[in-house]
Design a protein around this ligand. Structure first.
Ligand SMILES: O=C(CO)[C@@H](O)[C@H](O)[C@H](O)[C@H](O)COP(=O)(O)O
Ligand SMILES: [Zn+2]
Length: 196
């Protein structure tokens, strides 16, 4: 095995996936920026959830809204639903792992809030339950998916925004998700502060 050529293939494959996603994703990402700014300006907040690498993405995004992205600006309201081990273990233990995000959405969600639901397959049961809970709370959903969007694609309504990476491999989808999150941060900052 030639490790160097294997690594080179990862770089090339990742870059190609990002390039081929540009045309498909730019418009829904812009829609998501507008939905999030509308929410934040109406004293709403962004609730973010996902599993594994997508949990890390949810936390990464919340950190950049609450802290900062590239420019100084007022703090923005975002909560990753993946971080409170007491809440997560209590819900998983007393109800089901499927409910770990949904119960938090029902506890915290208001109609002016946005759920950022991240799942590369679109089929994680706890993210699906969170989407359903967001709809119960009349929240809009921004879904970051891949592989056609799975079951989440079927649940989304006209008010929701689907950012579905045209790729099959989890790692590649996650790499585009991270780029998407930075586009969202940049777009939100531009709408709030103007372009530099
Ligand atoms: O980061 C990775 C794989 O690259 C994993 O941790 C991955 O996120 C986990 O297997 C998740 O449970 C996958 O869930 P999902 O993206 O299908 O909703
Ligand atoms: Zn990963």
């Amino acid at each position: 095995m030639n490790l160097v050529s294997r690594i080179s293939e990862h770089f090339i494959d990742s870059a190609q996936t990002k390039l081929s996603s540009t045309e498909v994703l730019a418009a829904p990402i812009a829609d998501a920026v507008e939905a999030m700014v509308e929410s934040l300006m109406a004293t709403g907040k962004i609730l973010a959830c996902g599993n594994g690498g997508s949990a890390a993405d949810a936390q990464h995004f919340a950190a950049e809204l609450v802290g900062r992205y590239e420019r100084e600006r007022p703090e923005l309201a975002a909560i990753a639903l993946t971080v409170d081990s007491s809440i997560l273990t209590a819900i998983a233990n007393d109800y089901a792992f499927e409910q770990v995000f949904a119960k938090q959405v029902r506890a915290l969600g208001q109609p002016q809030d946005v759920l950022l639901a991240i799942s590369t397959s679109g089929n994680s049961a706890n993210v699906i339950a969170a989407v359903n809970a967001a709809h119960e709370r009349e929240m809009r959903v921004v879904a970051l998916t891949g592989r056609g969007g799975g079951r989440i694609a079927e649940l989304l309504t006209d008010r929701d925004i689907h950012i579905c990476v045209p790729a099959e491999r989890t790692a590649r989808i996650q790499e585009v998700h991270l780029l998407t999150l930075h586009c969202l941060c940049d777009g939100i900052d531009c709408m709030l502060l103007g372009t530099e």
